[in-house]
Write a protein that binds this ligand. Structure first.
Ligand SMILES: C[S@@+](CC[C@H](N)C(=O)[O-])C[C@H]1O[C@@H](n2cnc3c(N)ncnc32)[C@H](O)[C@@H]1O
Length: 206
């Protein structure tokens, strides 16, 4: 696996994995609720919840009736937290990695809401414009801006009018570049939470 800033890591472009992964238990708290998830090698932050994800989950605003997209879901911590909030809505989770999709399905299966859909997709290619009230993402910054910018630029069109976009990024990975891109796409972007060198931002479609 190649490492380094701006260099794609295996989990960012492994669309298909052929071996059956050994499941790794992840015990965490999502918005104060003790939560048991499963993870596996080859997915982002497989040993435990990423600090950025934790902050994103804590800060995201999801209504009971909302249709939410967890874009780049990994093993699905954001989707699980969203499914507990959007109790009469829908949670859609997507990732380019099939292993991530399978793990996210397992983790969502344990949630009370059955209104969930997990699919393998590159960016927004599987979705129709205006499908979501909320899009939440911990974007694959290490994969490079060439991968991340389309996820930002495509977001306003995928949201219903008044819909919101939440993202997290780390200062040393270029959160300010991310913020500028979101401002360019939405015409607004607000930092709503900070911690451990991360910022969670929110933008609204007018
Ligand atoms: C930083 S990880 C976040 C994973 C998970 N949301 C979390 O917070 O633990 C970014 C995820 O985006 C996925 N990804 C990369 N490029 C993508 C693309 N073009 N479309 C959808 N997902 C993508 C990666 O496979 C990875 O799971």
């Amino acid at each position: 696996m190649m490492r380094g800033h701006g260099v794609p890591q295996e989990h960012y472009f492994a669309r298909e994995t052929h071996s059956s992964p050994q499941l790794i238990p992840v015990r965490t708290r999502l918005r104060g609720i003790e939560t048991h998830l499963v993870s596996a090698h080859g997915v982002f932050s497989h040993r435990g919840l990423d600090r950025g994800t934790e902050l994103l989950v804590a800060a995201m605003e999801v209504g009971a009736e909302d249709t939410v997209l967890d874009l780049g879901c990994g093993y699905g911590a954001v989707a699980v937290a969203a499914a507990r909030l959007a109790i009469r809505g829908w949670v859609v989770a997507s990732d380019v990695s099939m292993r991530a999709v399978e793990l996210c399905r397992m983790n969502l299966a344990a949630q009370p809401s059955s209104r969930t859909l997990v699919l393998q997709a590159d960016g927004y290619t599987a979705f129709r414009p205006g499908s979501f009230d909320v899009i939440v993402t911990n974007p694959p910054i290490r994969a490079g801006w060439r991968v991340v910018f389309p996820l930002i630029d495509g977001a306003p069109e995928m949201l219903r009018p008044g819909g919101t976009f939440f993202a997290v990024g780390r200062a040393r990975q270029g959160i300010d570049t991310l913020v500028r891109r979101i401002e360019g796409a939405f015409g607004n972007c607000e930092v709503i939470r900070r911690g451990s060198g991360y910022k969670v931002v929110r933008a609204r479609r007018g």
